[in-house]
Write a protein that binds this ligand. Structure first.
Ligand code: KG4
Ligand code: ZN
Length: 373
């Protein structure tokens, strides 16, 4: 805001103090004043190099470069991830600006993921953003990746009229690294009601998928297989954890032992039961997630419910939460699938709200691997 005010003042001064070439100056300066706030967002917390541009809340471009290099290792290799980010970041940003039709001098601030994530990966995005900010003389904005997953609900997408949650709302944030029940008070203040005490929901999907011999990340494979399977065929253990906290490591172990025992009797057990295994596993994960969410709604009385994070792409979870919402009168907010997994649009929109607050970082800022809110 401070920046816009300065721009407005300088535009007025320029118009009045310099008579020539009057019309050109007037047009260019006034366009700058009314154009809205343009934020370039950078995401590099894990294995996606992403850049996006928003003008105010409207998404102008959203580019994501995935990293195939990890596939053969069955998980993300941190060192390879940072190297791939280094290769990808410049072309990804260039493309995001080109698709948005924005020139570098049209950017008002650059927002980047400070954490949580892989330190080496975060470092690439952070260093890039710091360099860009210094070179262009624009503010630098740090973004918490987890908050950004939640604030994706406030993006305006062209051609879509999405309704947005009203504060305070509850958000079930389920990703590969985190599982949290969050009370969202406003765009900046968020309170964690519960979180996983061990594995995240996405990790449970990925680790169990790996046990079944599926590629990384396994969540989408389980989801696809589950649509053809019998979800009641097998039962796996569910945790009993106090309060609103979650636990998924027991489920993974129970799944591992179950498969190991069945393979002893029948070496083709996985192949002949793939879909039923996936469907039963998915049902169990979804039930664990839904139980705590239901309790949190009851305890807080908040009925505006949002879903966020990579696992919110899961068809079983989306269907279960829709059913629950319809039965209990909750107002539900589910992001479109491309905005559930890691992207820079969520970083740019969060950067926009921090820009309005004037919450700028200094050039001394460094990334942090583990942070909450
Ligand atoms: O939010 P995200 O992209 O990255 C983190 O911040 O962790 O989430 C990635 C996680 C992975 O564990 C992936 O398997 C899971 O989201 N995921 C899914 C689906 N799509 C992505 N899990 C279940 N079903 C899906 N359709
Ligand atoms: Zn994420």
């Amino acid at each position: 805001m401070a920046r816009m005010t300065r721009t407005t003042t300088s535009a007025i001064l320029t118009i009045f103090l310099i008579p020539l070439p009057f019309t050109v100056l007037k047009v260019t300066k006034i366009r700058k004043v009314v154009k809205g706030v343009v934020i370039l967002g950078i995401e590099s917390s894990c294995d996606e190099t992403a850049a996006a541009v928003v003008r105010d809340r409207t998404l102008l471009s959203n580019i994501i470069a995935g990293q195939e290099v990890h596939r053969k290792y069955g998980g993300v290799v941190p060192e390879l991830a940072s190297r791939a980010h280094q290769q990808n970041i410049v072309p990804v940003v260039d493309r995001a600006l080109a698709e948005a039709g924005i020139d570098r001098i049209g950017i008002d601030a650059i927002a980047f993921t400070r954490g949580p994530g892989l330190l080496g990966s975060l470092l690439v995005g952070t260093s890039f953003a710091k360099g860009y900010s210094a070179a262009l003389g624009i503010p630098l904005i740090e973004v918490n990746h987890l908050q950004a997953h939640i604030l994706v609900h406030f993006l305006k997408l062209e051609g879509e009229r999405l309704s947005e949650p009203v504060f305070p709302f509850l958000c079930l944030l389920v990703s590969g690294g985190h599982t949290q029940l969050v009370k969202v008070l406003d765009h900046h203040r968020m309170e964690i009601l519960g979180r996983t005490i061990d594995d995240a929901a996405g990790e449970a999907f990925d680790k169990c998928a790996k046990i079944m011999g599926l590629p990384y990340p396994g969540g989408p494979h389980i989801d696809r297989l589950a649509s053809e399977g019998d979800a009641t065929r097998f039962s796996f253990s569910k945790p009993s954890v106090e309060g609103f906290d979650y636990s998924f490591s027991g489920l993974k172990t129970s799944f591992l032992y179950f498969i190991r025992d069945r393979l002893r009797e029948d070496p083709s057990f996985i192949d002949s039961n793939r879909a039923d295994l996936a469907a039963s596993l998915q049902r169990t994960i979804v039930e664990i997630l839904m139980n705590k969410l239901r309790r949190a709604v009851k305890k807080t009385g908040i009925r505006q419910i949002a879903l966020a994070g990579g696992v919110s792409a899961n068809a079983g979870l989306r269907e279960a939460i829709r059913r629950e919402a319809a039965g209990r009168g909750w107002e539900l907010f589910i992001p479109p699938v491309p905005y559930t997994t890691d992207n820079a649009a969520m970083i740019a929109i969060t950067g926009y709200y921090r820009y309005l607050e004037g919450a700028f970082a200094t050039e001394e800022i460094s990334p942090v691997a583990r942070i909450y809110f």
